[in-house]
Design a protein around this ligand. Sequence first.
Ligand code: FES
Length: 103
Amino acid sequence: MLICHCNIIQEKEIEAAIVALLDADPWQLIVPAKIYHSLGKRGRCCGCFPNVVEIIIRVTEEYHRRSRIDGDDIVPFLDRVRGLRGHYGSRDHERRKAGHRAA
Ligand code: FES
């Protein structure tokens, strides 16, 4: 599925970039700009960032669930990852105002 229309980035490319970053350091906080930098791209309109945040949360949770890291450490870490929703917004609004109507 195409996530970023400005840079033509597929969901699988973003997932692979997240896993590569987590392999390098499982406890780093991954933000959309870090993923785009690792792909050699830059956010332009950044309208895709809320969707990228949801992918970060899902892939990070799956990654740590598969790993054998102590569960007590995972909970506060995943809370930090979920905190990205507040910073970048959720999948629901994609930086649009409440009264926004497409076409
Ligand atoms: S849709 Fe990703 S930067 Fe515009």
